[in-house]
Design a protein around this ligand. Structure first.
Ligand code: TRP
Ligand code: SF4
Length: 328
């Protein structure tokens, strides 16, 4: 059994791109491994520090989304990063041994600074983002971290820092995590771009069935199908990607063939897709509205999660302090 740690930054509501890509993978992992799933609110602060309200507001809502999706507190430890101050303490200790050049070299540092050039991101905290992530996983001696391709460099850094730590203090205290590559979600937004809150093209888990239907009706499809009789290419169509997630295999191949021969029109193709998407999402919507009415239960779950996480985190931190000569 592996130990798996994964965090998600609370910067808004969860959309279907998160669900088909991250959450569906977590659902599989939680029944097979020791899993720790947490809301990385301090990580959100590295970009949202000027307006932290959005972080506060999103923490509860993503946790509700996880629980509604079936992330199960009996199987996985579910918590909020800032409820476990050991993450900050280990981050501080690791910062003492981490050369700045290692952090500057991580590609996402410069890439994101450029992409988010309207924000002042030449901060200490933003540079340290992957080191805080290292503390997140090292505290639980994670063996595997499920990440997309864009985060592999972060895990590489974590491995280097862990090696340096164990070398300096002459004891294998921390474990080197392995990246567990998850395939990138093919789910696209209504305009055919990556589904993202900032593009205003997303379908949220919290959207009603009617809103979801309305959004799907307005969805981008293969632009080659100007007329009903024009044949299309399902491979470039976001609706077909949804089919691939939710429709039975025989429906998928039928749709692909009928799109190519123009035997089906986009309107009917979307209706057919919705008839398979809805049964997947409807139970989530129901559980979601139940949880929203029972915030006390959500609070209990994350408080319990913090207690469980801290028990493990404190033990690791104590070992770290021991080898660094900081035990009382
Ligand atoms: N960096 C991750 C992301 O952007 C979030 C994250 C923070 C994380 N700490 C982590 C992921 C630890 C895996 C393990 O989505
Ligand atoms: Fe997309 Fe379906 Fe239209 Fe083909 S028929 S372009 S798969 S919506």
């Amino acid at each position: 059994m592996s130990t798996i740690v994964s965090g998600m930054r609370p910067t808004g509501k969860l959309h279907l791109g998160h669900y088909f890509g991250v959450i569906d993978n977590w659902l599989k992992l939680q029944s097979q491994h020791q899993c720790y799933f947490f809301a990385a609110d301090w990580h959100s602060l590295t970009t949202e520090y000027a307006d932290p309200g959005i972080v506060r507001a999103s923490v509860k809502s993503i946790l509700i989304d996880w629980l509604a999706a079936g992330i199960d507190p009996k199987k996985a430890v579910i918590f909020v990063q800032s409820h476990v101050p050991e993450h900050a303490e280990l981050h501080l200790l690791l910062s003492m041994i981490t050369p700045i050049s290692w952090l500057e070299r991580v590609p996402s540092f410069k890439d994101l600074q450029q992409e988010l050039s309207h924000k002042e991101l030449s901060t200490y905290g933003f540079l340290g983002y992957p080191l805080l992530q290292t503390a997140d996983v090292a505290l639980y001696k994670a063996t595997h971290v499920p990440v997309g391709q864009d985060q592999v460099a972060h895990i590489e850094l974590s491995r280097e820092v862990v090696r340096r730590f164990n070398f300096l203090y002459k004891k294998e205290v921390l474990a080197e995590p392995q990246p567990m590559l998850t395939r990138a979600s093919k789910i696209l937004g209504s305009d055919g771009r990556k589904m993202s809150k900032s593009y205003d093209n997303s379908i949220y888990l919290s959207d009603s069935a009617a809103d979801t239907e309305k959004k799907i009706k307005g969805y981008f499809t293969d632009p080659a199908r100007k007329l009903r009789k024009d044949p299309g290419n399902p491979d470039i169509c976001p609706i077909y990607h949804f089919h691939q997630q939710v429709s039975p295999k025989n429906v998928q191949s039928q749709v692909a063939a009928d799109c190519r021969s123009a035997a089906i029109g986009c309107v009917d193709c979307k209706k057919l897709m919705l008839s398979h998407l809805n049964p997947v999402i409807e139970p989530l919507r129901e559980r979601r509205s139940g949880l929203e009415k029972n915030v006390k239960m959500v609070d209990d779950i994350i408080n319990e999660g913090a207690v469980k996480a801290r028990t493990v985190a404190q033990k690791t931190l104590q070992e770290v302090k021991d080898v660094m000569g900081f035990s009382v």
